[in-house]
Design a protein around this ligand. Structure first.
Ligand code: C5P
Length: 207
């Protein structure tokens, strides 16, 4: 079974995707990490993420980068959201994601375009969302725990800017697939969000 989990930044989609993978015994791919790796590779090379040629070149990043703690930074997220708007970057990362989705037994993938572009044939598609304020609060608390000096307003501004870039781009924009089930986590804790997600996948499996 292929499970596609899409949604905006800090919606809880990563936590939900991981929990679904554990529940169904499936491998999981956080596709945002691929774009983050490209973004960080450009930044570390002194390049500009908005330069398509530089971003495309960075798609041949070293695999070790995928476990670099720097990938989780806000700078990496911002750079990822810029490089991900380049068609050649999306094309360069496409096969790798499709191959992961189509491995024997299936997989869980989370991102922005899994249900619409990477695996439109997925048996279960979830679109996980939450209000920008709730998402900013979660991300703010996460960054504070990491010991980073940030303000809530700054994080909220960043989330809104990323939403706008991800939803407004011409290629593979963030949007709910027609056959995706909506899961709003604004008022749910992790346990409730995961339980709801499993319930929705079961609905699709039986239906
Ligand atoms: O999910 P995460 O916040 O790690 O993703 C970082 C950025 O990578 C997103 O803001 C988005 O622009 C891009 N992305 C994408 N398509 C995906 C996954 C992530 O465009 N499937």
């Amino acid at each position: 079974m292929i499970i596609a989990v899409d949604g905006p930044a800090a919606s809880g989609k990563g936590t939900i995707a991981k929990a679904l993978a554990a529940h169904y015994g499936l491998p999981h791919l956080d596709t945002g990490l691929l774009y983050r790796a490209v973004g960080i590779a450009v930044l570390r090379g002194g390049g500009d993420p908005s330069d398509e040629g530089e971003a495309f070149h960075a798609c041949a990043f070293d695999e070790a980068l995928l476990t670099d703690p720097g990938l989780k930074s806000e700078a990496a997220g911002r750079a990822a959201s810029i490089v991900s708007a380049h068609p050649s970057v999306r094309a360069a990362l496409l096969e790798r994601q499709r191959d992961f989705a189509h491995q024997k037994g299936g997989a869980v993938l989370d991102g922005r375009d899994i249900g619409t572009v990477i695996a439109p044939e997925a048996q279960a598609k979830l679109f996980v969302t939450a209000s920008p304020e709730v998402r900013a609060r979660r991300r703010f608390e996460e960054l504070e725990r990491m010991g980073l000096a940030v303000t809530y307003d700054h994080v909220l501004g960043d989330i809104r800017a990323r939403d706008e870039r991800d939803s407004g781009r011409g290629i593979a924009p963030l949007r709910q697939a027609d056959d995706a089930l909506l899961l709003d986590t604004s008022t749910l804790d992790v346990a409730a969000a995961v339980a709801t997600a499993i319930g929705l996948v079961e609905q699709r499996r039986k239906g």
